[in-house]
Every structure is written in C-alpha cells, then in structure tokens.
Design a protein around this ligand. Structure first.
Ligand code: SF4
Length: 463
C-alpha cells in the first residue's frame, strides 16, 4: 500500500481557491523558497487515524514512503495498545520491523519519542480531538519540540473536514512578524488574512515550512532571528537581528574584555605557577642536595663502620691467633712441663730407686760391716775373755801354786798365817774380779757400728 501524496487543491474546488496575485503573495512564495524543513512533505496514509498519520509523518523524515508505511502497518499489527508500544524496548520494536537493518533502530526510537510527546502533551494516545476540539488542539500544538509545529499543522489540516489552513498562534506569530498579516484576536479575521497568502498547490509547503519556522526559530519570547533563514525579509527579525548583533557586539566586547582579563589572570597564574614551579624546583633541588649529602654521610659512615668492623675482625683474628698461639704454647709448655715432670719423676724415681738400692747396699754394707765389727768385737771380746780367763786361770793357778807353795812352805804351822793368807787369797780373787770387770768395757766399741747403722737407717727413713 503506497501512500497518496495529498495536495490542498485536492480538497478544494476551483471556485473555492482564492486567487491572490499580490505583493504579499509573491513575498510569501519567496519566503517559502527560503525555508527548508530538512525532510520531504509527508503523504496522507490511507486508512489511518490521526495518530498513525502523525507517526507516518515522523517516520518519513528518515524513511522512504514504502518503508514508513510498512513500519506503521507492522506496529499496528503487533501492538494493539499504543501505550504498550510507547513503553516497549527499542530492540523489541526492531524485531517487528521489516525494513533494512540499519534503519530499524532509528525508526523504533522515533516511534517511541513521538508517542511519548503525544502522551505528555495530550495525556492520551489518540489525536482525534484535533478534528473538533479547537481549544485542545491549540493547547496541544503550542509546545511540540519533537513533533514540531509544521507536522502539527499537517495533522490539523488533515483533521479539518473543510481542509482549511489551521490558524495557530505560532503561524499567526510568524506571519505577523514577517509583516504578511496583522495580528488580531479574531480567528476569523486571521483566517481571512492568511488564506489569501497560501499559494495555490503549495498549501502543505505553506503549513510545514512556516510551522517549522515557528518551531525552530520564531519563539514567542526569544526568537532566534540571527539563525532564521527569513531574517533578511522580516521587519521584526531585522530589528531583532540588529539588536542581537549589537548585543553580540557587546557580548563580543565583553568576551574580549573577559578574554583579556582571563589572559591577564592566566598570565598571573602562569607567573605564579612558574614561581611556584621554581620554588618547588629549588626546594626539590635543596631536598635532593640534602638527600645526597645525607646519602654521602651515610655512605661514609657505612664505610667507616665497615673499616672499623674490618679492623675489629682483624684485631679479633690477631687476638684469636695470638690466643691460639698462646694456648698452643701453653699446651706445649704444659706438655713440656709434664714431660719434664715425668722425666724428673722418672729420674727421681730412678734416683730414689738407686738411692734405695744404694741405701740398701749401704745398709747391707753397714749391716755387714756392723756384723763384721760385731763379730770382730765379739771375737776380740771372746779373745780378751779367753785371755783374761787364761790369765786369771794362770793367775789362779799361780796363786794356787803360790798358796800351795806357801802353804807347803809355811806349813800348816802357822794357822794364823794361813788365815792371813786366806785373806790375801780373797783379796787376790777380788783383784782378779776387778781386772775382769776392767777387761769387759773393751768389748763396747764392737757395738758402736751397729748403733751407727741404726742411726743412718733412721735418717734415710725420714728422708
Ligand atoms: S526573522 Fe525572526 S521574527 Fe522573523 S520570522 Fe524569523 S524568527 Fe520570526
């Protein structure tokens, strides 16, 4: 189903078409040629309500007529409730569209945005009130940032049974500022003033292009005349543009002054930053020097401690070596002393052994000598005793002989003499006893060697 491109003339008979051959009509044609909506004029979609006509007009901004009609048909078939379509995800909407893949997402987003704005501005999702409710229609078209006044004019024109050009505040404002009509509170007078301006066969262009001028630039409070393509032909716009230029000039001067002030401030900031950078650099340099000095001190201290440690280790090594040498020497000395002591003890033992042997030999010799001396003394005493006994015997024998002789000589005669002789004999015997006693001490020297040997033995025992 291809859409049919409507024309205003299709809805008007030749008797109803006004014939405007005036300066304002020529001016209107000239102005229309200067305005470009950026998209083609929408066509009327057969068997579609106003909401669908509006959706089709929105889709026609980016899609060809066949694709736009396909999208409207697909959405109508898949979503019985337009609100369900309004809140649906764009990806989900894309899944129902049978158009080139690269166009789907833009079409889905445009659909959602269109429905969202209709919902916000009319609190519903139908536009049939445009047919018979002029107040609601005027309120609806007053603010339509996405749909735009041109598309709204197109829908109102479709809604009009007589196919009359809608007289909206936006259209009146634009035409009034352009000097094509004089604003009036009477809608009938306004329509009477506007109708003659509509070029034959370009009614849709008239509605769309002046509607877009009203939406894009000719704001009721702050018109953007400086950007409006009609500014050169607009009395209001020229004045507003001059004021805008003056304002821009002032703003430019202010901008230049602000720029100069900002440059001065930037220069001051730059100088301040440079000073701070220099200060920071000097501080960093000072810190670096301080750190380097500290590192050098630390390095020197480390080297000094290393030298001390090395010296200490060397001293300890020397001391240890010395100690080891002393210990070794002590051990050698102890060993030497032990050897010497062992030798001395051995020598002493040998000497003692020899001394004991000698002592034993001496003792034996002394004992032998004493024994010999004793034997000699005993032999001598025995000899002297024998000699004394022999002498005593001889003396006795001599005395007996003498006595016998005297007895014999003096005879028993003299008894007195005999007694005297007996006394003399007793004296002679006493003398012999004394002589015997005198001879006994001569045997004592033989006992002396034995005593001497006994004393020597006692002396050796103490040693
Ligand atoms: S120049 Fe200014 S006042 Fe005139 S139509 Fe354009 S926006 Fe409106």
């Amino acid at each position: 189903m291809l859409p049919v491109i409507p024309r205003v003339g299709d809805f008007l008979n030749s008797s109803q078409r006004p014939l405007h051959v005036s300066k304002k009509s020529d001016q209107t044609l000239k102005l229309l040629d200067k305005v470009s909506t950026g998209w083609p004029a929408p066509e009327k979609l057969e068997s579609a309500n106003l909401l669908e006509q509006g959706l089709y007009a929105i889709l026609r901004r980016t899609l060809e007529p066949a694709h736009a009609a396909t999208v409207v048909a697909a959405l109508r078939a898949n979503y019985s409730d337009w609100n369900e379509l309004r809140v649906a995800q764009a990806q989900e909407i894309c899944s129902h569209l049978d158009i080139p893949e690269k166009l789907k997402l833009d079409a889905a987003r445009a659909t959602k945005e269109y429905l969202q704005e209709v919902f916000q501005r009319s609190h519903g999702l139908e536009l049939e009130f445009l047919r018979d409710d002029q107040q609601s229609a005027a309120r609806f078209v007053s603010i339509l940032p996405y749909i735009g006044l041109g598309t709204a004019h197109w829908l109102m024109w479709l809604a009009s049974a007589e196919k009359e050009v809608p007289v909206t505040q936006g259209l009146v404002r634009v035409l009034d500022r352009l000097g094509l009509i004089a604003r009036n509170s009477s809608s009938k007078k306004m329509r009477a003033a506007i109708d003659p301006l509509v070029p034959d066969g370009r009614e849709v262009d008239f509605l769309l292009r002046f509607g877009e001028v009203g939406s894009r630039w000719c704001d009721a409070r702050k018109p953007a005349c400086y950007a409006c393509p009609l500014v050169d032909d607009c009395r209001y716009g020229k004045k507003a543009f001059r004021e805008w230029q003056v304002q821009q000039k002032r703003l430019e001067q202010q901008r230049v002054r602000d720029e100069a002030r900002r440059a001065i401030l930037a220069k001051k900031d730059e100088e301040k930053r440079k000073k701070e950078d220099e200060k920071r650099r000097r501080e960093e340099e000072r810190v670096a020097q301080k750190r380097a000095a500290a590192d050098a001190r630390k390095r020197r201290e480390t080297e000094r401690l290393a030298r001390i440690e090395a010296k200490k280790r060397e001293t300890e090594a020397k001391a240890k070596a010395k100690l080891e040498a002393a210990k070794k020497a002590a051990e050698l000395e102890v060993k030497r002393k032990a050897d010497a002591e062992a030798k001395r003890l051995a020598a002493q033992k040998e000497a003692e052994k020899l001394a004991a042997k000698k002592k034993l030999a001496d003792a034996r010799a002394a004992e032998k000598k004493a024994l010999a001396e004793k034997k000699a003394a005993e032999k001598k005493a025995l000899a002297e005793k024998k000699a004394a006994e022999k002498k005593a015997a001889e003396l006795k024998a001599a005395q007996a002989k003498l006595a016998a002789k005297k007895a014999a000589e003096k005879a028993a005669a003299e008894k007195k003499e005999a007694a005297r002789k007996a006394a003399e004999k007793k004296a002679a015997e006493k003398k012999a006893a004394a002589a015997k006693a005198k001879s006994a001490p001569k045997a004592k020297p033989a006992a002396k060697p034995a005593a001497k040997a006994k004393a020597s033995k006692a002396k050796n025992g103490r040693r």
